[in-house]
Design a protein around this ligand. Structure first.
Ligand SMILES: [Ca+2]
Length: 222
């Protein structure tokens, strides 16, 4: 599978007629296993709340989402210092006619919810995503070859302790990372991360690829 950089693909709400997709959710039996992962709730710390009218109609604040929703979380995706809302919806798109899980990202403009990015597709077949705040260890790539500890070298001449460096100052404009659990056409699992790049999400790195479901979830939940 060719992994490509992504650019923003705006999906017009003229496609809202797809709300009829609700009747086709039974096609998503393969998704049912994720239903327990759905965290659709109000956030008390952000200006966003998601309310459900029925299985295929939700509102992000006042913004109408005529789709099934499988995920809702918040984070500063574009690094502008303001929280954004990430809503996982199930729908077709103009260029991807199969029903599938997508990521919609919203921002606030003058107190109103406005689309920031309405993703059509990431690198693989999206199954789930989560927000990883920047600052999470980049070294969380497990299963590196184990290296035994080197024997301690004897201390050389005593050196006074260095003064502690002050804690790094908080960067309010550090964007979060989006970690995605994806599958490939041959039913292998991939865990990858995406970051905001200009006008959309761009592939950043693989945590693991060509793996089984159980292993993928371990990496996804790191
Ligand atoms: Ca933001």
């Amino acid at each position: 599978m060719k992994w490509v950089w992504l650019t923003a693909l705006m999906i017009g709400f003229s496609e809202s007629s797809e709300c009829s997709e609700c009747s086709e959710l039974s096609e998503f039996s393969e998704f049912s296993e994720f239903s327990e992962c759905s965290e659709i709730s109000e956030s008390s710390e952000t200006p966003y709340s998601l309310s459900r009218t029925h299985d295929s109609l939700y509102y992000l604040n006042e913004f109408r989402l005529p789709y099934p929703v499988y995920r809702f979380c918040t984070g500063d995706v574009n690094g502008d210092g303001s929280p954004d809302a990430l809503v996982g919806v199930v729908k077709r798109t103009r260029f991807h006619h199969e029903m599938g899980r997508r990521i919609f990202i919203f921002k606030q403009v003058d107190g109103k919810v406005r689309p920031l990015w309405m993703g059509s597709k990431l690198g693989g077949i999206l199954q789930d995503f989560r927000v990883v705040e920047d600052g999470s260890p980049k070294t969380n790539e497990p299963h590196k070859t184990y290296k035994p500890h080197k024997p301690h070298k004897p201390h050389k001449t005593h050196k006074p302790h260095k003064t502690h460096k002050p804690h790094k100052t908080y960067k309010p404009h550090t964007p979060c990372t989006i970690r995605a659990l994806e599958t490939t056409a041959d039913d292998r699992y991939v865990v990858s991360e995406y970051r905001w790049e200009g006008f959309g999400l761009a592939f950043d790195r693989f945590l693991i690829k060509n793996t089984d479901k159980e292993t993928a979830y371990k990496y996804f939940n790191l």
